[in-house]
Each structure stands twice: as structure tokens, then as C-alpha cells.
Design a protein around this ligand. Structure first.
Ligand SMILES: C[S@@+](CC[C@H](N)C(=O)[O-])C[C@H]1O[C@@H](n2cnc3c(N)ncnc32)[C@H](O)[C@@H]1O
Length: 270
């Protein structure tokens, strides 16, 4: 384990598949009182309205990192043919159970979208909660290649990224604590490091958590959040053969950053 968090360093373990954290993650997705893991229901509905408006008709949609299916279920209700893929088995299991209750034909799969095949002929691929900017550049490149392969000609990649407003809600810090209560990061008494580092030139925040429990191997989790100006994300997509056909900065109600917090984008594959 490195003492200094290095730009785009990846941890050996995945936050999304740790047995304790992935269960906690599902709880966080389903908690309607906050915007963590998934957004509040009001914002999800507003986002689905906007996605729907940006689709020509009833189409074949893939949701990458669908979590417990909060978007897929609404898109299915609107008559689209929907697939949802996620790496967290607890979230996919929950989504499948919900689909059974409503007799819906959503195709859920538990998989790693960076490693496994997606299938083809999708009219739209969505990826919501700024997950694209959570990928490091080599992963973004790989994922965009896979998205292009999976989309029909003229198909749409619909996603969101952080804007510069992210800087107003984050603060650099590095702090050790001793925790005894069960929470998101663990069950047993443990030392925890919480670190947040701003790489200003590269426009990215790195967050690292290290968990030290007695008689266990230390665990380290690192996540990244890249943020973009409107022009930067447009240029990036242009370089990757996509044209931005809609950009909406106003979907988060009461966006504290006056529209610079999250940018929602519809990009058409040329
Ligand atoms: C921040 S959550 C957003 C979930 C959902 N899009 C929403 O907004 O409700 C990110 C999701 O991506 C999933 N995920 C992360 N990396 C993944 C990967 N490599 N392959 C598949 N799913 C992944 C996680 O398990 C998690 O459910």
C-alpha cells in the first residue's frame, strides 16, 4: 500500500464487490432520504423523463451500472426494451426480484462491464450517477470502444458527468480514526483512513479509504471523480466519434452550484 495517493492509482480490491460494502451499497441505493449511491426518486423521475424525450420511439436500451434498477424499471414501464448490467450481485438480485413482482421482461445480468461482452444492437446506452468520470482514462477508452460496438449506427450514449461545482462540495483531507460501530465500511472494531485529494491540473478528485481490522489483511478502496466543463466533455466526445445532441445542467433540483454540479449528456455515435 502506497503512503501517497497517486493519480489514477487503482486499489487491489473493488468497492462494489466487497461482501460487506456491496450489501451496504444496496441499502444506500434504496434509501430515499439522500442522494448517495442513487439519487432521490424525484430526480430519478425527472432524469427518466429527459432520457425518454431524447429517444426517438420505443427502443432497446442498456443501463450500465444499473444498481437495483431504479431507472430500468421506469424505462420498462414506458415501453422500452431494457437490459441492466451491474457488478454488485446484491443489487442485481434485488432488481430481478422487483422485475418478477411486476412481471416485467427486463434483462438483468451481473457482470463487469469493463471485462464482459455487452451484446449488440442497442439504440441507447445509459450510465447514470457520474459513473463514466469514475473510470480512469484507459478504462474510459476501453468502455467507449465497447459502447460503440454495442450501439446501432446513430445510437445514443446518455450519461452524466460532474462539472466544476464538484469542487465546492469537496475538501482535501487525510484523517485516521478508530471506529467501533458497524457502518458502511465495516462491522468489526477498526482503524480507518479517510483521504480526499484534489489533482487540480487533471481535474479529478481521488478518495481513498483504508480499513485495518485485527487479524485481517488491510483493505484499501480508491475511487476517482473527474469533472468537466461543457467544452471539455464536448471535445472529448467529438474526439471519440460522438456528437453531443443535448446537454442539460438543470436536472438536479436545487443544484447548489447553479447548474455547474452535474451535466447530463446525450451523445450520438456518428
Ligand atoms: C454510483 S452507482 C449508480 C447506480 C445507478 N446507475 C443509479 O444511479 O441508481 C454505480 C453502480 O455501478 C456499478 N459498477 C461499478 N463498476 C462496475 C463495473 N465494472 N461493471 C458493472 N457495474 C459496475 C456498481 O455496482 C453500482 O451499482
Amino acid at each position: 500500500m502506497d503512503n501517497n495517493l497517486k493519480l489514477f492509482q487503482r486499489s487491489a480490491k473493488y468497492l462494489w464487490t466487497d461482501p460487506h460494502i456491496s450489501k451496504e451499497m444496496l441499502k444506500a441505493h434504496l434509501d430515499p432520504s439522500h442522494d448517495g449511491a442513487s439519487r432521490k426518486q424525484e430526480t430519478i423521475k425527472k432524469t427518466v423523463d429527459w432520457i425518454d424525450k431524447n429517444l426517438p420511439e420505443k427502443v432497446k436500451i442498456l443501463d450500465l451500472g444499473c444498481g437495483p434498477g431504479l431507472y430500468t424499471s421506469l424505462l420498462d414501464e414506458r415501453g422500452h426494451r431494457v437490459s441492466g448490467y451491474d457488478i454488485n450481485p446484491f443489487s442485481i438480485h434485488y432488481a430481478m426480484k422487483e422485475a418478477l413482482k411486476t412481471n416485467s421482461a427486463i434483462n438483468y445480468r451481473c457482470l463487469d462491464y469493463l471485462k464482459e461482452d455487452f451484446g449488440t444492437a442497442f439504440d441507447a446506452i445509459i450510465m447514470i450517477y457520474c459513473d463514466f468520470g469514475a473510470l480512469i482514462p484507459s478504462e474510459q477508452k476501453l468502455l467507449l470502444k465497447k459502447i460503440k460496438r454495442a450501439l446501432q449506427p446513430g445510437g445514443r450514449f446518455i450519461f452524466d458527468v460532474f462539472g466544476e461545482g464538484l469542487n465546492n462540495i469537496k475538501e482535501e483531507h487525510r484523517q485516521w480514526s478508530y471506529e467501533t460501530e458497524e457502518d458502511f465500511w465495516g462491522k468489526r472494531p477498526r482503524f480507518e483512513l479517510e483521504e480526499s485529494k484534489h489533482f487540480k491540473k487533471e481535474k479529478v478528485w481521488g478518495d481513498r479509504n483504508i480499513i485495518l481490522e485485527e487479524d485481517r489483511t488491510p483493505k484499501e478502496y480508491i475511487t476517482w471523480d473527474q469533472y468537466y466543463s461543457e467544452e471539455e466533455i464536448k471535445d472529448f466526445l467529438r474526439e471519440n466519434e460522438f456528437t453531443v445532441i443535448d446537454l442539460n445542467n438543470k436536472l438536479i433540483p436545487g443544484d447548489p452550484e447553479g447548474g455547474d454540479f452535474v451535466r447530463f449528456i446525450v451523445a450520438q455515435f456518428n
